[in-house]
Design a binder for this molecule. Sequence first.
Ligand SMILES: [Fe+2]
Ligand SMILES: [Fe+2]
Length: 318
Amino acid sequence: MSENMTLLRPRIRAGVRLNGADAGDAMFGEAILRTMARMDGGATLDDLAHAEPALPRQDLVSLVQSLDHAGLIDDDAAVQFYTGSEVILELEEIVEDHCKETIFRNPFWEACMAAQQPGELPEKLAIGMVIENWHFLFRESYFDAPVLSYVANTEVRLLLNQFFSEEYGHDEILMRALNYVGLSRDDMRDAIPLPGTMGLCNALAHWAHSEPLFFFATLGLLEGQTMKQDSFIDACERAGLPDGLVGPLKIHANINIGKAHGNLTRAIFKEIPVIESATVARLKRQARLFVELYDDFYTGVWRYYTSDQPILRRVSEL
Ligand SMILES: [Fe+2]
Ligand SMILES: [Fe+2]
């Protein structure tokens, strides 16, 4: 039994019968009897004390200790659990709420929404978004690889392997748009991603390694569950950006839509029958951080590509 008594939820492992209580101890004996009957693994020590105010706390503690020494109780609390589908709906709500305060107000997206006429979205900003997306997709194996061997659930593993096979090479689609604006494969291999882009890649790789359930939860937003990627394409078109740049983005977006990548997170969580409450709490804790990192990605794109800095940060110029 753990040291921290107040966290205990003692569960009695035997039947309870009170013998030999004389008249003077009868009330005290009955309080003990009732207390022992309440030790079903659901009530904490505080709950037990609260239910029996006449029983001094010290007596309650020594009762639990003596029962424990006699091997008559354990402290297995009934584990609370939820289905994967329940958990993902809750996580989506948290992510959606944080998005409203962050990503949906990000200057990058505000610029996209504001662009209604030709010329209203700076071409350099649009190209910058494609460059950083290319960096991200070029590194997709960093963060997908750890979950391709996910042994905990065969159905989930199959979904992820299918997903990766559909994703592989999407950087090449964006490369066509970059080629159109004069950036070659060699240029891109020479280019350094923005810190926000690399930060997002590294965080995803970390989660894929150490908290795969949370990594799965990020895929919906990244794959355009809220259709954000299309909002960028729509803005490019309203702003009259050339088809050589926008066309490949559309091809990529249509693959996501055709393969239902936006639904992947839900499809994965549907295959997970049980998640216990401690894990749910851990997943919720990461949700805000993920949205903030994603918001930083867009902020980074906005800051850098609306500045006078050169379009590429080159390794060869370091
Ligand atoms: Fe993709
Ligand atoms: Fe995708």
